[in-house]
Design a protein around this ligand. Structure first.
Ligand SMILES: [Zn+2]
Length: 130
């Protein structure tokens, strides 16, 4: 089996703050690689969650499972969500993938891009046409 990359919403168990957080996770399906990455000083699971295998990934959705300090709320199938061709983020934003339409690029008036890139293009236009 090869590794699988997916997007999830997660919450920290020790945080009372509401609102989902989004993260990209990697399901390695490789125990040796997982142990190597876990032992690495640079391993930062606040950015990347590595899962040893699909089973561990599934267990992380269970709030009562005490393997992790977080639990997963939702998983996004990347194919389901529109991706911004400018920055590879989700449309309209990484916080709300697919929730509503993004901006239309000023470059060709048809390509859908994310809100942030839409704003950036509008500003570039504004300052470029003075
Ligand atoms: Zn973008």
């Amino acid at each position: 089996m090869t590794e699988r990359v997916t997007w999830v919403d997660y919450q920290w168990k020790d945080e009372t703050m509401s609102g989902d957080k989004m993260a990209q996770v990697v399901i390695l399906n490789d125990k040796d690689l997982y142990e190597e990455l876990s032992a690495n000083d640079d391993f930062d699971q606040r950015i990347w969650f590595y899962f040893q295998d699909e089973a561990e990934f599934k267990r992380a959705f269970n709030k009562d499972n005490d393997e992790h300090d977080f639990y997963l709320v939702a998983q996004y199938d990347e194919d389901d969500k529109p991706i911004c061709p400018s920055c590879d983020g989700f449309i309209p934003s990484n916080e709300n993938p697919g929730a509503y339409p993004g901006a239309i690029s000023r470059k060709d008036n048809s390509t859908e891009i994310c809100s942030a890139c839409g704003t950036a293009e509008a500003l570039a236009d504004f300052f470029g046409n003075k």
